[in-house]
Design a protein around this ligand. Structure first.
Ligand code: HPA
Ligand code: ZN
Length: 339
């Protein structure tokens, strides 16, 4: 089978996806229209042309502006459902979705409005028709704290989440990395762990390998989101291998935000060959020019990945997931039967 066909059809999980980053311009215009908001762009094309970034912060400024259009439960439902429908066409059978409550609560949107809209769509997604053989997308939700805000603000958000514990599997950490190390959030992550949440954190995207150490040691993360900079530190790489900490990598994001000079320089294949549980994900697909299959194709072309590498990446996506043991075994079996 040709690699591209394999990429498009193989069953897979997505583990690093910001729901606000799936906000396509077409849906922005629709939601702005029904909420009586006038966008400063005249067309979808004009808006898309603004998506040129030199670093993470330039992206975040535009991403938060887009997200500020979301106000009602219906908005969060539609945003999530559009992503799930797209995911189904790419043979994603399980997805773990980040959401950023502080981006919305700071504008007066209620925490419950956000989570109720998202989880209603996730529930309906479980019944989505994927193919003749496969019905429904399973999903988990991960609540991210914005690291440019204070730990006190993160505590307030954690407090709001407690009555929705059954809907949230883990807490994470995103937004502007440099200058906001994991150590800033050690207390709130400790509290989240005590409440039974798993933990993940963006680390080593623009920040140094030291931030990845901190995420592991202080925040007790089950996975690292991105983790590119780990490659500069052999001791850290050995630790990641020994502790079997997966990395959720996002090639097109790294290219668009200039985290890597060129995709041919991307550390994914070296990491895969060292035995690290690396996965490929889309991060903010509406902004970075592709969903999971376009990410797999881009990195496969840049690093000349083999069909067996693609299989290993799909396998890793299930292994690294927060599915319970039985569901994980079922999905791994589904993958192997498919292969
Ligand atoms: N990095 C950090 N924060 C983010 C990202 C990212 O790639 N996308 C959305 N929030
Ligand atoms: Zn991310």
């Amino acid at each position: 089978m040709k690699t591209e066909e394999l990429i498009n059809t193989i069953p897979k999980a997505e583990l690093h996806l910001h729901i606000e980053g799936t906000f396509e311009p077409e849906l922005m215009f629709r939601i702005a229209g029904r909420n009586g908001i006038k966008l400063k762009y005249n067309s979808v094309d004009e808006l898309r042309k603004a998506y040129e970034f030199n670093n993470l912060q330039e992206f975040l400024d535009i991403y938060y502006t887009g997200a500020s259009l979301l106000t009602t439960e219906e908005d969060f439902y539609d945003l999530t459902m559009e992503y799930l429908k797209k995911a189904a066409t790419q043979n994603i059978v399980h997805t773990e979705i980040f959401f950023d409550p502080q981006t919305h609560t700071s504008r007066g949107v209620e925490f419950d409005t956000i989570i109720n809209g998202i989880t209603a769509a996730l529930k309906d997604g479980r019944g989505l028709k994927i193919s003749e053989a496969q019905t429904g997308i399973s999903s988990k939700l991960i609540m991210c704290f914005l690291r440019h805000l204070s730990e006190e603000d993160a505590f307030k958000t954690l407090h709001c989440a407690l009555k929705h514990k059954d809907k949230i599997i883990a807490v994470g950490l995103d937004s502007s990395e440099v200058g906001h190390p994991p150590a800033k959030f050690r207390n709130v992550f400790e509290a989240a762990l005590k409440e039974g949440f798993l933990t993940v954190a963006h680390a080593g995207e623009e920040g140094p390998a030291e931030y990845v150490w901190e995420a592991i040691d202080l925040l007790k993360v089950s996975r690292i989101d991105h983790g590119n900079r780990s490659i500069s530190n052999p001791d850290l790489i050995n630790e990641i291998i020994d502790r079997e900490i997966p990395l959720t990598m996002c090639p097109l994001s790294n290219q668009k935000l200039k985290v890597e000079k060129d995709l041919t320089q991307h550390p994914l294949k070296e990491m895969l060959n060292k035995g690290i549980i690396v996965t490929v994900n889309s991060d903010d697909p509406a902004y970075f020019g592709g969903y999971i299959n376009e990410n797999l194709t881009a990195i496969s072309d840049a690093l000349s990945l083999s069909n067996n590498d693609i299989y290993r990446l799909a396998r890793n996506s299930f292994t690294a997931s927060f599915l319970d043991f039985k569901s994980k075994q079922r999905m791994l079996q589904l993958l192997d039967e498919w292969v």
